[in-house]
Design a binder for this molecule. Structure first.
Ligand code: SAM
Length: 231
């Protein structure tokens, strides 16, 4: 399967393993991952965030309930919300999530945004699990036609040592553990370059008390809600 599907499948497998009730996808683009996750029966709240409102709106109708969703007696409630905003800014609507995914997001962040990102995601949102994926620069020579970066909008692409040192430092600072994996196996004989997409799975070390999770974080709302569906 194509690489983006392998990344989404990785998240679906993780959802199957940890059974999070509330999942937020940061940099959700056209909401394909959210659309896939709406079929996971453990999930009760799904939220998407992107800095580009138009890309979010392209296919967001897919997140609306179908007539059949109302005819069948609901075994669970599901709320899907899309927000327009930046991962460099805190908004209280992002509190209380169990799993936060950032698939191919960080390499699109300007330096100033990347500097704020750990405090927003790990410090403020502080979910039990954070998944971050990003291109592995070491794989690029195996990709036809790639001269420097894989996409002109990438602000950087990290090799494994760069990503892992950033991730380990972030995990240390915010009391998370992190494990590294990836998707997109290198061809036989080239195993030393690592996965095409590198992935860090961060797990919070200590449970958050209800208070520190919500009420001690008074923050003004800055995101704009562009879509909401209740099943
Ligand atoms: N996660 C999706 C996927 O894996 O298919 C889309 C990845 S796309 C390469 C990166 C997305 O991040 C774009 O939709 C872009 O608009 C969004 N993005 C870039 N900077 C952002 C920011 N500061 N805050 C939120 N989203 C941002």
């Amino acid at each position: 399967p194509p690489l983006y599907k392998q990344r989404y499948q990785f998240i679906k497998d993780l959802v199957g393993k940890y059974k999070p009730k509330k999942v937020a996808d940061l940099g959700c683009a056209d909401c394909t991952l959210l659309w896939m996750l709406k079929f996971c029966s453990c999930i009760e709240v799904l939220a998407g965030l992107d800095i580009c409102a138009s890309v979010m709106k392209e296919k967001m109708h897919r997140l609306s309930p179908l007539p059949g969703d109302y005819l069948q007696p609901a075994e669970r409630s599901l709320t899907v919300t899309l927000h327009h905003g930046s991962v460099a800014h805190k908004d209280p609507c992002m509190l209380g999530f169990d799993l936060v995914t950032c698939i191919e997001l960080i390499e699109h962040l300007e330096q100033s945004e990347l500097r704020k990102f750990p405090e927003v995601v790990f410090g403020f949102m502080a979910p039990s699990i954070v998944v971050i994926s990003t291109p592995n620069y070491e794989f690029n020579p195996l990709l036809p036609g790639v001269t420097l970066f894989r996409h002109p909008d990438h602000k950087f692409e990290w090799n494994r040592a760069q990503f892992q040192s950033w991730a380990l430092e972030t995990a240390r600072r915010y009391d998370y553990s992190v494990e590294f994996t990836g998707v997109g196996h290198p061809p036989t004989g080239m195993e030393n370059v690592g996965f095409c997409t590198q992935i860090g799975v961060f797990v919070r070390k200590y449970p958050q008390t209800g208070e520190s999770a919500q009420s001690e974080k008074p923050t003004e709302a800055v995101y704009k809600t562009v879509f909401k569906a209740v099943y």
